[in-house]
Design a binder for this molecule. Sequence first.
Ligand code: TEU
Ligand code: CA
Length: 570
Amino acid sequence: MTQKGNAWWKDKAVYQIYPRSFCDSNGDGIGDIPGITSKLDYLKDLGIGIMWLSPVYCSPNDDNGYDISNYRDIQKEFGTLKDMKKLISEAKKRDIRIIMDLVINHTSDEHPWFTESRKSTGNPYRDYYIWRKGKRNHKHSSDALQNQKPPNNWSSFFTGPAWHYDTLTDEFYLHLFSRKQPDLNYNNPKVLAEIKEILKFWLDLGISGFRCDVINVIYKSSLKDGKKRLALTGREHYVSQDGCHTILKELKRDVFSAYDCFTVGETVLVDTAMAHDLCSSERGELDMVFSFEHMDTDHINNKWFKTKFKPGKFIKVITKWQSCLDWNANYLENHDQIRSVSRFGNDTKYHDVSAKMLAVLLLTLRGTPFIYQGEEIGMTNAYFSDLSEIKDVESHYVNELAKKMHFPPSIRWKMIQKSSRDNARTPMQWNTQEHAGFSPKGKSEPWIRVNSNFRTINVENQSKNKDSILSFYKCLLSLRSGKKSILKGSFFALPGPKDVFCYEREFEDERCIILINFSQKTKKLTNVIQSHIKNGTILCSNYNHTDISCFVTLNPYEAVIIETSQGDKS
Ligand code: TEU
Ligand code: CA
């Protein structure tokens, strides 16, 4: 592994593909690997250097691939290992490297390790997972389950208890996610030994790293009851524990250090101190982490209780993370989050300018930008019409809990419609043909409804329009690739009007100032900012402004990159 300082991945943008929804080559309604291979030239033309592939391993798809039943083969709906090898080699020909999604906190309950483990308490695989007797309760029913309750009070990320009772051995097993995703037991050294071999298998096939799914919860330091909380009771026993750091150091020492690869951790509930411990260079653990704090600026307690987006809070959080870590994994949406233009921008009157505004933010912050499929054309939330359209396991768990809590159906539905992860999982919108060009015409319906706005928001239309969101992304990615101040410069926040994000990026004597208006109101720039930019050069404007003197105010959702010092051209 190359040292972080001059690592090959530091000047590249990452594009996340959710395989099920990207491109269906054979007309079965499900995206697949040959479909991805057919779109490599599109990614190359966009200016992408790295592809993050969400899971393509064998899976019963309880959680769309985040429940793995065979780490060394490809689920049949996505294709074959041969297809995967072809994708890796074809991508390399276009100088696009691939990182895979590493899901090792849990497997599928259909993984052979688990089917063995549940057979008996003495099975050699029993301790690959976390099994415990239930606690007796005061009932005396003939049904064993009625006479006991889960071993502790932990709750699942998907809501409900984090334990499932298995009659075969009269014990419970731990699952921090769905019942079909039993947690692996990293107190058993055999588990980590198995994982190391899986990592080497994929790295030897030529992939260039991993996005590590919920990697900071894999080590449980105790199974004691947790402090009672509204969500995720028990978290203090498994979030970023010492044992997790030990495992990450071991993986880097024994596996990653021998390959030209990098790792990005999906690290839930981290603060900046935890993030620092997980990814600063001297720690020898991860190369960068996804944080979630900026995703908490439009709800109360959790995403199901939406409030109005607060740009001021969002700007404050981003500023904090940009200032505390020397390298961030920057993202505004992914397969778990709703569409950013609907969430942080405006997907009606200001759809075009606000999608471009978010592109300026994503591609000028310090760190690695992660573009999620469809974000580059301003794909919006799906505005589903009823629960029958929702496929996501998490949404159905939440709906069940809300039903038990007697939430009225209309309230329950609003929660799901607004916050379901399926908002980001509708098929990629390629053109105006049937199924938005995601699937061949006249074949099966896609596995999830195509967003009804595909006739106006699609790759084909935008490829032909030099003023489109897609063209803006291409131009910005090209600009970014030549600007050291943006690629590796410092970050310094500047004082700006309410809801306006002003910051400076500087490397040696090259300096850029970025101004972003997150509101629908016209905003007057402070005299300080005006004095900073008056002799600057406009590098990029989502209103196509070319005259610097107009920057006394910012229009609704206006964003601009101004170079205030060109630096040494050598
Ligand atoms: O997500 C972890 C995770 O915390 C998310 O489920 C997040 O909490 C939630 O979606 C926000 O409401 C990872 C994967 O990205 C996700 O797709 C999987 O469902 C999950 O882990 C289990 O593997
Ligand atoms: Ca297919």
